[in-house]
Design a protein around this ligand. Structure first.
Ligand SMILES: Nc1ncnc2c1ncn2[C@@H]1O[C@H](COP(=O)(O)OP(=O)(O)O)[C@@H](O)[C@H]1O
Ligand SMILES: [Mg+2]
Length: 203
């Protein structure tokens, strides 16, 4: 399967254009890195790819078809700050099962402890919450994952561990990943290829 962004242009307001004629393509069997400076528009692009922003010009397609916005969205975004995407009034079990009910072995793979399920989001660390975000994102219907600085808040050991598991899962299930980061060393380790944001953005 191919996720393709073609000639995406976008601005939040008249003062500044963020994306201009931005194009990229990812295949299901690939982990593609995207490097760029802070404030350049990486997260904005991620939101467009995952269907959170819809008022852009250009096209996002899966195997040439535009993605319908009803039902489960096959392009899943994992954010840098997991707490911002979780309802603080829901316990973790409900937050996880909102997407799907992962089997025990998958919860174990990502080090998700059963005792966390009865807690509120503010009773877990950023790294613990991010494991929930990842499990939510690897719903069986997911075709691509957009990982926006997902391990920035983790210590180096946990960072490598989580990426290793996520990549193993993606490779085994034919899920393509766009890994967005300002950390070139990390991308060198985990990615098949690295793209540079400023080189693709035609501002
Ligand atoms: N909702 C928004 N409204 C207006 N400007 C925004 C909004 N979100 C982000 N921006 C601005 O757009 C630019 C790109 O932001 P972002 O995509 O988050 O960059 P990056 O992820 O590369 O750091 C920044 O200057 C940011 O301040
Ligand atoms: Mg960002």
């Amino acid at each position: 399967m191919e996720l393709k962004a073609s000639n995406i242009s976008f601005s939040y307001n008249k003062k500044r254009q963020i994306l201009k004629d931005f194009s990229l393509s990812i295949n299901s069997n690939q982990i593609i890195g995207l490097m760029g400076d802070s404030g350049s528009g990486k997260s904005t692009l991620c939101k467009i790819l995952a269907g959170y922003i819809t008022h852009y010009s250009g096209k996002v397609t899966l195997d040439g078809n535009e993605i319908p916005d009803k039902g489960f969205y096959p392009v899943q975004l994992i954010f840098q700050h997991p707490e911002k995407t979780m309802n603080p009034k829901w316990k973790m079990k409900k937050i996880l099962n909102e997407s799907w009910t992962p089997p025990k072995e998958l919860k174990d793979t990502f080090g998700l402890k059963d005792q966390w399920l009865t807690r509120w989001p503010n009773e877990l660390s950023g790294g613990e919450l991010q494991r929930f975000s990842i499990l939510r994102a690897i719903n069986p219907e997911t075709k691509f994952i957009i990982a926006d600085e997902i391990s920035t808040m983790l210590d180096a050991v946990t960072q490598v561990q989580i990426w290793e598991k996520l990549i193993n899962h993606a490779k085994a299930n034919n899920i393509g990943i766009l890994a967005v980061s300002h950390d070139h060393e990390l991308l060198e380790v985990i990615c098949d290829d690295i793209l540079f944001f400023d080189e693709i953005n035609n501002l």
